[in-house]
Design a binder for this molecule. Structure first.
Ligand code: NAD
Length: 511
């Protein structure tokens, strides 16, 4: 849908109807370097404002987001082709995040004064400070074009870093709006958005002091390699193949409704979408019937402000083709479609689909689909469900559906994933006190998670301050037998166990 122009521009089209909805610059490598120079120059004054001063600016941006909610939602919809219902949640989530970081940054960034680990250390006062990386590069995918940038930019800005955001070339317009908001409120020039494709992203990785990446596992690996060469710290939020486990004691209708939403919100284009479902045998038939009926009732289509449709367009033709391949290959290998199964219409729509008789030899059960399909597997018991759920290179998140919450929590602790939601989907995505990060091929590091979510954008600095000062410290030169014996003997007396606290000479005499 997007074409590169000779003028180094990228055209943005609404995938629901093919309409051109905007153009952005395809920024060159030199422009990235120049932007980083500007951000680097502005960042010290931003850091010097302190967390409370910076929070004032974030709250002004929050006001701007509130005041422009409808227009921003229009932009999100225009570049993604998603339904109004799905698009409408992006701005409120950004507003919620702004409140969280503005309200907590000062406490999370306050110096720590840890107690020395040993009595010998009590000669010093210890301080840990959290000082921002000067410039954080944030690279985002196309699925949640306003939310994804806010997920990471707000925490990095509140940490005191300057932020260079490179949004997806598929859906850059919402990020451009965010930059407009930052400029309109008159905030310091510490937030820049540079549009472009992979080459621009690579230039960002090369120029910044910390990389926060959200996107596919393949691109994540390339970024990790580049960061490994330059020793740039990074955090990667990557793809997933999230399992849902439905136990025989679950409320089957509620589980089906939750899995329909968790699997098909945003046409299934969410990293933590439910992508495979394991159902205990006693409720399998009932669950599949409920799921199929609910998916059949969904309304597929493109709308503007109508709230008339449940499932919107897929963002790109390439993504729709992956979904089609997963369905077609599964069917060729013996799977059955209970509803949906086809790409339809002139836009990039794919019918919400329920697949059964699937297994782990099929791509729809092993590769990330990122589309509106729900493959369902019958399992004998909880152990088989856990085994199959863990049989994946991915480990982003999972859901467990059960009438026994304690059992759900026990199962959660057996799953090899970064988050488990019991009897709900996406709950961890809206709880910023929890870390959101993937295990295995789903990522490295995490976003949010209380203080850790802002301290990740800081370098920790250790400071020791003497409580009292001797004229010379015992280990300073010149070398001396007795001072060495004093220090090492003291350390042994403090650290060793039982009789070993004594000098070797005394221990020999005792034996
Ligand atoms: P992608 O990896 O193709 O692109 C993501 C971003 O990286 C884009 O901005 C792109 O221009 C840029 N990019 C591409 N090559 C680059 C390179 N070599 N160096 C630097 N930047 C480069 O991903 P996508 O198709 O836009 O997004 C879909 C993927 O994102 C899915 O795999 C999905 O699971 C994942 N995702 C993960 C999360 C999460 O939090 N874990 C959230 C949303 C999406």
């Amino acid at each position: 849908m997007k074409t590169m122009q000779e003028t180094a521009e990228i055209e943005i089209r609404n995938p629901a109807d093919g309409r051109m909805v905007g153009r952005v610059r395809d920024h060159a490598v030199e422009e990235v370097a120049e932007a980083v120079r500007g951000l680097r120059a502005a960042q010290p004054a931003w850091a010097a404002l302190g967390a409370r001063g910076r929070a004032e600016w974030l709250l002004r941006l929050q006001d701007w987001l509130v005041d422009h909610t409808a227009r921003l939602t229009d932009v999100v919809q225009s570049e993604t082709g998603k339904t109004r219902f799905d698009a409408a949640i992006e701005v409120p989530c950004a507003i919620d995040l702004a409140k969280y970081w503005a309200g907590h940054a000062a406490r999370f960034l306050a110096d720590e004064r840890p107690a020395p680990h040993s009595p010998i250390g009590r000669t010093k006062r210890l301080v840990t400070t959290f000082r921002p990386y000067p410039v954080v590069g944030i690279i985002t995918p196309w699925n949640l074009p306003l939310m994804n940038p806010c997920f990471d930019a707000f925490a990095a800005l509140m940490a005191g870093a300057a932020v260079l955001l490179k949004p997806s070339e598929v859906t850059p317009l919402s990020a451009v709006e965010l930059a407009r908001g930052w400029a309109e409120i008159g905030a310091p020039p510490v937030f820049a958005v540079l549009t472009g494709a992979g080459a621009t992203g690579r230039a960002v990785v090369d120029a910044v002091d910390y990389v926060q990446f959200t996107g596919s596992t393949g691109t994540g690996r390339a970024i990790a390699t580049a960061c490994g060469q330059s020793l740039t710290p990074y955090s990667l939020e990557l793809g997933g193949k999230d399992p849902a486990i439905v136990l025989a004691d679950a409320d089957v209708d509620r589980a089906a409704a939750g899995i329909v939403y968790g699997g098909l919100f945003n046409a299934g284009q969410v990293c933590i979408s439910v992508e495979r479902v394991y159902v205990e045998a006693p409720v399998y038939d009932r669950f599949v019937a409920a799921l199929t009926a609910q998916v059949e009732a969904l309304r597929l289509g493109g709308d503007d402000r109508g709230f008339r449709y449940d499932i919107g367009a897929m963002a790109t033709a390439a993504q729709r083709d992956i979904v089609r391949r997963h369905v077609e290959e599964a069917v060729a290998a013996g799977a059955r479609i209970l509803t949906g199964g086809k790409a339809i219409g002139s836009g990039l729509f794919f019918e919400p689909t329920v697949l059964v008789d699937v297994d782990h030899s099929m791509a729809c059960m092993t590769e990330e689909t990122f589309g509106p399909i729900l493959p369902v597997v019958r399992v004998a018991d909880e152990d088989e469900a856990v085994r199959l759920a863990n049989d994946s290179v991915y480990g982003l998140s999972a859901t467990v559906w059960t009438g026994d919450r304690a059992r759900g929590e026990r199962i959660a602790r057996r799953l090899e994933v970064g988050a488990v939601n019991i009897n709900d989907a996406f709950a961890n995505l809206v709880n910023f006190a929890l870390p959101m990060g993937g295990w295995k091929d789903s990522g490295i590091g995490a976003r949010w998670g209380g203080a850790a979510g802002i301290r990740k954008y800081c370098r920790q600095q250790a400071i020791t301050v003497p409580r009292q000062e001797l004229r010379r410290e015992p280990l300073w030169y010149p070398a001396s037998r007795w001072r060495s014996a004093l220090v090492t003997g003291l350390m042994r007396a403090v650290d060793a166990r039982g009789v070993r606290k004594l000098p070797e000479r005394l221990r020999r005499n005792r034996s």
